[in-house]
Design a protein around this ligand. Structure first.
Ligand code: HSE
Length: 426
């Protein structure tokens, strides 16, 4: 009984997690499930240095040396960026290996092309780990929701941002302080700009769009706002209305095509993502048969990613023959219904209390096009902040007064809207 031979491309947080799970923590379990041992035969690293790796493993900086290994069944690709990852994947698919990737940027750009490339060679290319970390999301969509039409999907798809927003709110900390902690915990990307600007969540959303709708929206038309400008006080003001801020990525099919956005959005406690805290991701899938599903779990980190990648290996090994459906959704796509009303939380920094009256006057002058749902005044770090939660159009304000605005998800807001009509503390 021969072993299953695997190669790792990359030995960062993800590669290390896979190595440790295969060689150490889950060796026995894997052998039991597969009836064979899984053996790591080679690892591609960026630079030569001493690492606690088994002597039987070929550790090299040269991909050619790995391609020369006598047998390779699977390749775990955990490199950052499009190239050289794309070329390497093709080389290994050409060699007859199945590929398991966690590379979001690559898959958002070239997922379709690479999937086709793999299928032409009768090989699997799977990437459960690339979207929502350890949550079994892609295979839930691909295999367990084939008849269900997916009308809409929205989720917290970046663990780093959710960790930062949760910690800022609970501990009243600034953005930069918490970002450093996320990096130290191995949640953030090598360059955390991708996490906090919403680019990482955007890539994941584009992968999902290809998978579900077999198309992506035009990238330049996708509204993408990160969390870099969120202030601790914004989160505290949100709490006064019973709202929490999440970086929400959403995907919807309408008659005009696929619409996607990534932006910080407040949610109320009636929203499925309200309790998704810390590094957890949460994905809400709205369907026309089962209804609304929430999948929640660790969205980043070494173990979460390794879990998704190793389960991919088991899945491929048990499936044996790749089919089109196993690599791309075959379920029906369905258009979403009516548009949700626009609700916004606007925050104003007031230098003199009298400015609060100016704010009020502007809102009153918009007439019926704007409905104020609630207001609050808050002192924080020596400044006074006024906020207005409203439905409809934001009056024109000078930049210096208007501090920040956020959309508020209308999901789960019903019922508490009436309560909000009573101003909280003014
Ligand atoms: N940096 C990513 C995140 C890792 O924070 O979600 C998982 O894709």
């Amino acid at each position: 009984m021969g072993s299953i031979k695997v190669v790792l491309l990359g030995l960062g947080t993800v590669g290390e997690g896979v190595y440790n799970s295969i060689v150490r923590s889950h060796q026995e379990r894997l052998t039991k499930v597969l009836g064979k041992e899984v053996e790591i035969v080679g690892i591609l690293v960026k630079n030569e240095r001493n690492r606690p790796i088994l002597e039987t493993v070929k550790v090299t900086t040269k991909v050619e040396e790995l391609l020369e290994l006598p047998t390779i069944d699977f390749v775990f690709e955990a490199i950052v960026g499009i190239e050289p990852a794309c070329s390497y994947i093709k080389l290994f698919l050409d060699r007859g290996c199945h590929v398991i990737s966690a590379n979001k940027e690559l898959l958002a750009h070239k997922g379709e092309e690479l999937t086709k490339y793999a299928m032409e060679r009768n090989r699997f290319l799977t990437f459960e780990a690339a979207v929502a970390g350890g949550i079994p999301l892609l295979r839930t969509i691909l295999q367990l929701l084939q008849v269900n039409g997916i009308t809409e999907l929205e989720g917290i798809m970046n663990g780093t941002s959710n960790f930062i927003l949760s910690k800022m709110r609970v501990n009243h900390l600034d953005f930069t302080e918490v970002l450093q902690e996320a990096q130290a915990l191995g949640y953030a990307e090598a360059n955390p700009e991708s996490d906090v600007s919403g680019r990482d969540a955007f890539y994941k959303l584009m992968i999902l769009s290809s998978l579900i709708y077999h198309q992506q929206p035009k990238w330049e038309e996708v509204e993408r706002v990160g969390i870099e400008n969120v202030k601790a006080v914004d989160l505290l003001i949100g709490e006064e209305y019973g709202l929490r801020l999440r970086l929400i990525a959403s995907l919807k099919k309408s008659l005009d095509g696929v619409k996607a956005t990534v932006k910080p959005t407040f949610v109320s406690n009636g929203h499925p993502l309200y309790n998704v805290e810390g590094v957890d991701n949460g994905i809400v899938i709205s369907t026309d048969l089962v209804g609304t599903l929430l999948l929640q779990g660790p969205g980043a980190g070494s173990k979460a990613t390794a879990s998704a990648m190793i389960e991919d290996l088991v899945h491929i090994q048990q499936q044996k023959i790749p089919s089109f459906e196993s690599q791309r959704g075959s379920h029906q796509e369905v258009c979403a219904g009516q548009k949700d009303p626009l609700i916004t939380l606007a925050i104003f920094q007031l230098s003199e209390k009298v400015e609060w009256n100016d704010v009020w006057r502007e809102f009153n002058e918009t007439g019926e096009s704007t409905v104020v749902l609630g207001t609050s005044l808050k002192e924080y770090n020596g400044f006074t902040y006024g906020s207005v939660l409203f439905k409809g159009r934001l009056p024109r304000f000078e930049q210096s007064i208007l501090y920040n605005t956020y959309p508020v998800s209308p999901k789960g807001l019903k019922g508490i809207e009436e309560k909000l009509l009573t101003p909280v503390n003014n």
